[in-house]
Design a protein around this ligand. Structure first.
Ligand SMILES: Nc1ncnc2c1ncn2[C@@H]1O[C@H](COP(=O)(O)OP(=O)(O)OP(=O)(O)O)[C@@H](O)[C@H]1O
Ligand SMILES: [Mg+2]
Length: 220
């Protein structure tokens, strides 16, 4: 189906949190999900090994720029969805993870610095796509939203900057902050509603398959 890389030039806008949300929710819906943790801090793969308690998905730590592309392409052959979590600074492994991607998701929080990093990340993605002579779709997603003027301002600036942005947003919520130590992605309440809306939108734009295509093929 495809390789979805989560990237940002700046540290901390929520790459790993989004990777956890998307991987866990898609696994719970019956998709086979493979995650590559390309961040040397290994936050995603450590969480997967030590803390995650939901429906299983695979996760491997791989930070070598020489290995990531072939690893991702191999996993893409046998998975419904490959997710790559990258480091919060521009390194070669991150660039390779963006170049091999079919889609790149760029989280950002409200604030001028984050808007700037999103623009820089998107420019980088476009440059890499040109270099590779392939099409790579890119979308930003607003994370840690709170209903403040700053958020409204950021939404307006995103539109004005022409940054393609998902309609789905992820609010600043304890339920999301807790994922890293509870091992559970929200399954009820307003946080779960946001997760489901995000997955539905990603399915709608073809970034995530609707159901397991191999299972559907077997059922025919
Ligand atoms: N929507 C949210 N609500 C509350 N807390 C959040 C939310 N999103 C992320 N956080 C918290 O913000 C911190 C940074 O998030 P996260 O680790 O996902 O960012 P990152 O982009 O992966 O960072 P890095 O660049 O260091 O890898 C974490 O403590 C996480 O729990
Ligand atoms: Mg991270």
């Amino acid at each position: 189906m495809g390789i979805l890389t989560i990237a940002s030039f700046k540290g901390g806008p929520g790459k790993t949190t989004l990777c956890q949300i998307i991987a866990a929710q898609c696994a719970s819906e019956g998709l086979s999900v493979a995650v590559i943790d390309a961040d040397p801090t290994k936050a995603m793969s450590d969480w997967h090994r030590d803390t995650y308690e939901g429906v299983p998905f695979s996760c491997v730590a791989e930070t070598s720029e020489r290995v990531i592309a072939d690893l991702a392409l191999g996993l893409d052959e046998k998975s419904d969805l490959v997710l790559i979590d990258t480091a919060g600074f521009g390194n070669l492994a991150g660039a390779v993870a963006m170049t091999v991607a079919d889609q790149i998701l760029v989280p950002l929080t409200a604030g001028a610095a984050d808007l700037n990093q999103a623009e820089e990340t998107i420019k980088q993605a476009k440059g890499l796509a040109s270099a590779a002579r392939r099409k790579i779709e890119v979308r930003a997603i607003m994370n840690r939203l709170s209903k403040t003027n700053l958020t409204k301002h950021a939404e307006r600036e995103l539109r004005e900057a022409g940054i393609p942005t998902l309609n789905a947003t992820i609010s600043h919520r304890t339920a999301f902050g807790e994922i890293s130590y509870t091992g559970a992605v929200p399954s009820k309440g307003p946080a779960a509603t946001e997760v489901i809306a995000l997955i539905e939108e990603l399915k709608g734009i073809g970034w995530i398959p609707n159901s397991d295509p191999r299972r559907s093929a077997m059922e025919v």
